[in-house]
Design a protein around this ligand. Sequence first.
Ligand code: UD1
Length: 341
Amino acid sequence: MQTIIVTGGAGYIGSHTIIELLNKTNYHVVSVDNFSNSNPQAYEKIRSITKKKFDTLEVDICNEALLNEKLAAFKNSAGIIHFAAFKSVPDSVADPLMYYHNNNASLLNMLRFAKNNQIRNFIFSSSCSVYGNANELPVTEETPLKKAESPYGHTKQIGEDMIAFFCKANPNFNAVLLRYFNPVGAHMSGEIGEFPITKPNNLLPIITQTALGINSLTVFGNDYDTRDGYCIRDYVHVSDVADAHVKALNYVIEGKNKKNISLYNLGTGNGVSVLEAIQSFEKVSGKKLIYTVGPRRDGDVIAVYANNTLAKSELHWVPQYSLDDMMLSAWKWQLNLEKNK
Ligand code: UD1
């Protein structure tokens, strides 16, 4: 049985991806996580949803010596899916060095681990933040990257460049860079979602917490040059994003890739304003959301959404879930978290 190493497997997208891997493939999975922004309970939830086994290791992958020691048993793995990273735009603006260290040192260590052990397949979590304020919408994979609006986005631009140069120097190494737009929602069972360790910064958990009165939503600006003045994003269900990883992994392991580095936008293609997201939430939850409008947030791009034709045609990835599904599943998960407090 081939082994797949998943870094950040207890995290939000990592945990949903392990569910898809266990449900849809025969790979043996080992998750590597230090729980810096995740909760070991995610592993129990994965086991109860899938009724399948997988291995877990608690390691900070920024520590290369420890990484090599703990992962020694998995040197013959068939592939690595590298999620482990920090992902808050505002935190990265406040502490850029923490972001460069955590996101780029961990990637460097994982690439070196792959190189030293001839692990040939690598899937990387990138982000639409690499486009900055793009010149065209929707963005395709060919759209030129503008200056990143935040250190977070810059760590992803650097990460993509590191992998591209590494692929050029190592023709036998295959990488797939997945540019996520805005992954939201939770597994449709409502049994697993994002475990907030600290106060969340992303829109969806703040919306669902606000609906329960345990947070208060401030919308960051409604005076943008968009159709209703609110920022526009491409929200995509986390289980659809997870499914794309399984497809990307199979694609390179089965040798279907034409080049040794491939790049895909993972978005639904629908630009949704913050106001429209709020309205969808209100519709599916039946709750009126009380919020205030504040100033713009530093590091925010104005509008971004994906052209996802390439992922559809090459990976045969078709997002299954609607905006309402995203909202409903996020709400189910929030209610579940509250119930089990
Ligand atoms: C960014 C990245 C995305 C990445 C994510 C990880 C971009 C365009 N996208 O998402 O690829 O996956 O970080 O965290 O850089 N908002 C409010 N009030 C709040 C919180 C958010 O109005 O309290 C608004 C933001 O201004 C934005 C939208 O909601 O317009 C989404 O914000 P958020 O969920 O934080 O994600 P991004 O920063 O867009």
